[in-house]
Design a protein around this ligand. Structure first.
Ligand SMILES: Cc1ncc(COP(=O)(O)O)c(C=O)c1O
Length: 345
């Protein structure tokens, strides 16, 4: 067993904070300032996000993606509501019931779909299988992730078709954009094209994975939907007293183009790893994650050589996930590529 780490591809949550974000925190660190979001940094958030998305929005800072998702969904869904989503979604697998808890009991309805993506056909089947009556939960929201939990990316027309159909059935549409920057880079599109212009009502906008310290935003594209969000955020302990430090991160992330630079690098590296491992690829690489079917023996060989990554899929599955972070050292990527090519031969 090797003692040296050749590279950590476990998650982009393991990455460092980028210098621009750290500098923004440091720059905000002088004098006293109003608390709980009345500071100069937080007061600029609505404008900064409105500029980024090219439409008027209301944006609220929180410190985790789980909080962003759970509080957004709670705002869109009554306690007796149903939230339709993909079976691989982070809200289904990895949020400890937070959306159910914060909504006061809404039900997640998990749907299938190739490569982590929902389709209108799948959503139709899901809705038709859950016809609302006084005995059932009431369809309330559609939730999708961009990029998806399997590193794939919805095209603008796919989101528009899903949102259009969902709205027609009376659902609001929420997007988990924990890795939105990676999707935007892959698609090379305007942020509006995969959000409000395609029918997204509320977005969890991620920054932490892509270079921030702890900063996410909930973005309401229909400001009137934000009515009770602020109270829910406070009640959930997510109205941060020293909000300036969270907002300063988000402003730096948006305004110094850190989102674009960091996601571009991470995606480029993922694409490179995907090319080296084309024999084993489970999904096309459309963001900064690479999913491989390696088998137990190859996974062990990689681990013995010092590579860290996640097992994926059901317990004992032969799948593995490699996440490329914005700050991934080049030599680690090269070493992984060499090792993967070695496994293919
Ligand atoms: C797609 C997605 N959404 C949401 C989250 C939640 O973020 P946090 O861990 O900050 O609560 C994650 C975290 O890994 C994620 O991968």
């Amino acid at each position: 067993m090797s003692q040296t780490t050749q590279g950590s591809f476990y998650s982009d949550n393991t990455a460092t904070v980028c210098p621009e974000v750290l500098a923004a925190i440091s720059d905000a660190n002088h004098g006293h300032s109003a608390a709980y979001g009345d500071d100069a940094w937080t007061r600029r958030l609505n404008d900064a996000f409105s500029k980024f998305f090219g439409t008027e929005v209301r944006a609220f800072a929180v410190v985790s993606g789980t909080a962003a998702n759970a509080l957004s969904l709670a705002t869109l869904t009554p306690p007796y509501g149903a939230i339709f989503t993909h079976e691989e979604a982070h809200i289904v697998r990895d949020e400890c019931g937070a959306p159910e808890f914060f909504s006061g009991g809404a039900k997640l309805v998990a749907l299938g779909g190739e490569h982590g993506k929902l389709t209108v056909e799948g959503l139709t089947r899901g809705l038709d299988a859950n016809p609302p009556s006084v005995h059932t939960v009431q369809p309330a929201a559609l939730h999708l992730a961009q990029s998806t939990e399997l590193g794939t990316t919805y095209r603008p027309h796919e989101i528009a078709a899903l949102a259009d159909f969902a709205h027609g059935r009376g659902l609001k549409v929420h997007m988990d954009g924990a890795r939105l920057a990676n999707a935007l880079v892959y698609l090379d599109c305007d942020p509006a094209d995969v959000t409000w212009r395609a029918g997204i009502d509320v977005l969890s906008f991620g920054a932490t994975k892509n270079g921030a310290l702890a900063a996410e935003a909930v973005v309401f594209f229909q400001p009137e939907l934000a009515r009770d969000f602020e109270l829910r955020r406070k009640r959930a302990g997510q109205l941060i007293s020293k909000s300036r430090y969270i907002s300063a991160q988000l402003l730096a992330y948006l305004e110094s183009q850190v989102w674009l630079r960091n996601a571009s690098r991470a995606n480029r590296l993922a694409e490179r790893v995907g090319r080296c491992a084309s024999h084993f690829l489970l999904h096309t690489v459309e963001a900064n994650e690479v999913f491989l079917r390696l088998g137990a023996e190859r996974k062990q060989r990689l681990r013995d050589s010092g590579f860290e990554f996640c097992d994926w899929g059901a317990a004992g599955s032969d799948e593995a996930r490699f996440v490329l972070s914005w700050d991934q050292p080049d030599h680690e990527v090269q070493a992984l590529c060499d090792a993967l090519v070695g496994l293919s031969s």
